[in-house]
Design a binder for this molecule. Sequence first.
Ligand code: SAM
Length: 245
Amino acid sequence: KLSARLQQISDQLPEGCTFADIGSDHAMLPVASVFSGRARSAIAGEVNEGPYESAQRQVMESGLQRKVSVRKGNGLEVLKRNEVDVITIAGMGGALIVSILSAGADKLAGVQRLILQPNVGEDLVRRWLLEHRWYLSAEQILEEDGKIYEILTADWRDDAQELNQDLYEERVINPSTELRLTRERLIEMGPRLTQQPQDVFFAKWHSEVEKLHKVYGQIAKSDLESSKSKAAEMNIHIRELEEVL
Ligand code: SAM
């Protein structure tokens, strides 16, 4: 049985797709998604020996060797061109996810959907998707075992740029105060997650603001010019976030 986080990722797979799970570790996602019939077949990619072996073991035990292939290598280098419809990358930092996608750009041709679950640095992933014309078709946020996770789904479409344009357009969220969500704030907090914010969304941002307050408190004590300007910048950032909350 999959964790709630991995189950939600599996639910984002188009029925009957072939997908690659990069940084698959135990290969739980490919095995469960093929076993349930959601995916036709899958590739589990791993760069490290330990997780690679554990992926192989999992696939052997499931008896799905003909449908789930386990490959060792860095990022998308384990893939041939046009081999998969979907790529999932979950459980790593946003910076690493972006570097894997950038390094493997030639393998993205023909891929219809990316399902990405950064542990931190969601803004880096949204910015990359935006810059590379992937349409952010869904965003989810969930809490499991005291941790909050975001899942970003992006589709390759001819009209991605126009759709993203609308999605990331600055919006007024409080007509009486003229409070606006700028494009930068939408990249940070999620253009869809901010549409109908749930309790976990507020929980995440209350805790982020608390962390920023602490850092601000440290920086504000310093007399250095560079610290002063940094503190002023942070102050604006914190105020903007607080307005949303
Ligand atoms: N995707 C699984 C999940 O979400 O439960 C496992 C996440 S685990 C924390 C991250 C995995 O990514 C590790 O097993 C690590 O070896 C692998 N990894 C890190 N960098 C990688 C890269 N460049 N290419 C392939 N795998 C990588």
